[in-house]
Design a protein around this ligand. Structure first.
Ligand code: ZN
Ligand code: ZN
Length: 403
C-alpha cells in the first residue's frame, strides 16, 4: 500500500477530476431548490452520480423517500466512515443555507475515496439526510436515523457546511426544542356582548409577555435563547377570538437546560390561561441536542486545511464564540464520533438563510468551498483508514466526552 501522504495527494487529484461534474450538480440543485422532505430531484441527482461510480445505493432509505445510503467497500477489516449529505432548501430564499454545496461535497468526497478503495481497508458510506431545516415529515432525519440504528456499524461520521467569512474546523451548536401552544376561549360580539366572551388572544399576548419577563432570569452561561411568534390571533376585530396559538423555540448550549426552558414557556401559558379563563393545550417536539466535540478529529481537519493552504479561524477563539444555530448532526455526535467543519465561501460576512448567501453558493467562491470541503473530507478519510492508531484515539476521546 502506498503511504498515507501520497494517498492523500492522489485523493485530491480524484476530487480535481470530479470537479466539473460536481460543480454542475451543485448549480443544478442551487437553481432548483426543493424544500425539506420534497428533495426528489436533488436526491436523485446525487444518487445517480454515486451509482455511476459503482456505489451500492438504497434510495429511499430508512423509510424516507428522499434519504439514501450509498456504500463502497474496500479491503476487509477497516473502519466504516459515513459522510453526510444535506440538500434541502428554505422557503423564499432557496439555498440560503448552502445545502447544495453540502450534498455535492459529500458525494465528491465519497467518490474520490472510492477510487482508492482497492488499496484501503474499510468502507465509505455516503448518507443522504433530508430536511435538515425541519420542513415536512422528515425534519430531524439524522435523529431518526440515529434512533433507527443506522450508525451502529459506523466508526466516524462527518459533513461540511458552507458559511460566510473565515472557515472553522468545528462549531458550537445549540440544543433546541419546539413548543406549540393553543388557547381556546369563547366567541362573543366584541362590543355588545364582550362580557360573555373568553378572549384567547389575550391569553396568547399574556403568554408572550410573561416569557419576556422571564428572560432576565435565564442562565447566561448556558447561552439560552427563546424565540417565538403568535401564529393565530382571531379572525375579525369585532369577534372575541375563541382560538389563539403560539409557536416557540427554546435553545441552549447545555442540552440539560432545555427542559427548564420548556417548563418556563409552558408555565407562562398556564398562568395566562388562568388569568383569562381560557383552556390551554401544548405539545413539545423532541428537539435536537448540542454537539459533542472531538479534538482529534479537529486536528485532522486542521491538517487537511493546512495542506490545502486554506485559512481557518483559531479553534481556541471559536470555542468561546457564542453558538448561533442548531443542527440535527449534533445528535449524530452523541452516537458516533463526529465533526461538522464550516467552510467559508465568501470574503465578507453576510447573513445566512438569505438570498445573498444562496447567490454566493453559485459563485467561484461557492465552487472553491465545494472543492475544499470535498478534498478535506476525502483526505481525512484516507488518513483514518491508513493510520489505524487514529481511530482508537478518536474513539477514546468520544467515550470520555460522552460520559
Ligand atoms: Zn440552515
Ligand atoms: Zn444549513
Amino acid at each position: 500500500m502506498a503511504d498515507t501522504d501520497s494517498l492523500k495527494k492522489s485523493v485530491q487529484m480524484e476530487v480535481d477530476a470530479l470537479m466539473p461534474q460536481l460543480k454542475e450538480i451543485k448549480d443544478i440543485i442551487g437553481e432548483n431548490p426543493e424544500l425539506g422532505s420534497e428533495e426528489y430531484k436533488s436526491s436523485n441527482l446525487l444518487v445517480e452520480e454515486l451509482r455511476k461510480h459503482g456505489f451500492k445505493v438504497e434510495h429511499p432509505f430508512c423509510e424516507m423517500d428522499t434519504a439514501f445510503k450509498a456504500v463502497y467497500k474496500g479491503k476487509r477489516g477497516g473502519p466504516v466512515i459515513a459522510i453526510l449529505c444535506e440538500y434541502d432548501a428554505l422557503p423564499g430564499v432557496g439555498h440560503g443555507c448552502g445545502h447544495n454545496i453540502i450534498g455535492t461535497a459529500g458525494v465528491g468526497a465519497g467518490i474520490a475515496v472510492s477510487k482508492l478503495m482497492k488499496d484501503l481497508p474499510g468502507e465509505i458510506w455516503v448518507l443522504g439526510t433530508p430536511a435538515e431545516e425541519g420542513h415536512g415529515p422528515y425534519g430531524g432525519a439524522k435523529v431518526r436515523m440515529a434512533n433507527a440504528g443506522v450508525f451502529k456499524d459506523v466508526n466516524v461520521s462527518y459533513m461540511i457546511h458552507p458559511m460566510t467569512g473565515a472557515s472553522m474546523v468545528t462549531g458550537n451548536f445549540l440544543a433546541v426544542s419546539g413548543i406549540e401552544i393553543v388557547f381556546k376561549g369563547k366567541t362573543a360580539h366584541a362590543a355588545a356582548d364582550a362580557h360573555n366572551g373568553l378572549n384567547a388572544l389575550n391569553a396568547a399576548v399574556l403568554t408572550y409577555m410573561a416569557i419576556h419577563a422571564n428572560r432576565q432570569q435565564l442562565r447566561r452561561d448556558a447561552n439560552a435563547v427563546v424565540h417565538g411568534i403568535i401564529t393565530e390571533g382571531g379572525l375579525a376585530s369585532n369577534i372575541i377570538p375563541d382560538r389563539a396559538a403560539l409557536r416557540f423555540g427554546v435553545r441552549s448550549s447545555d442540552t440539560s437546560y432545555v427542559p427548564t426552558l420548556v417548563e418556563m414557556v409552558v408555565n407562562s401559558a398556564r398562568g395566562a390561561a388562568i388569568a383569562t379563563g381560557c383552556t390551554m393545550e401544548h405539545t413539545v417536539s423532541t428537539g435536537l441536542k448540542s454537539n459533542l466535540h472531538n479534538k482529534k478529529l479537529e486536528s485532522l481537519f486542521m491538517g487537511a486545511f493546512n495542506e490545502l493552504g486554506h485559512e481557518y479561524r483559531d479553534p481556541v477563539e471559536v470555542a468561546v464564540m457564542p453558538p448561533g444555530g442548531s443542527t440535527d448532526f449534533a445528535d449524530v455526535t452523541h452516537v458516533v464520533p463526529g465533526i461538522h467543519p464550516m467552510v467559508g465561501i465568501t470574503q465578507e460576512e453576510m447573513t445566512m438563510h438569505s438570498r445573498e448567501f444562496a447567490a454566493a453558493t453559485m459563485t467561484p467562491g461557492g465552487d472553491k468551498g465545494l472543492e475544499i470541503g470535498a478534498k478535506a473530507m476525502a483526505m481525512v478519510t484516507v488518513e483514518i483508514m491508513t493510520r489505524p492508531g487514529l481511530l482508537a484515539e478518536i474513539k477514546k476521546e468520544f467515550e470520555e466526552r460522552r460520559l
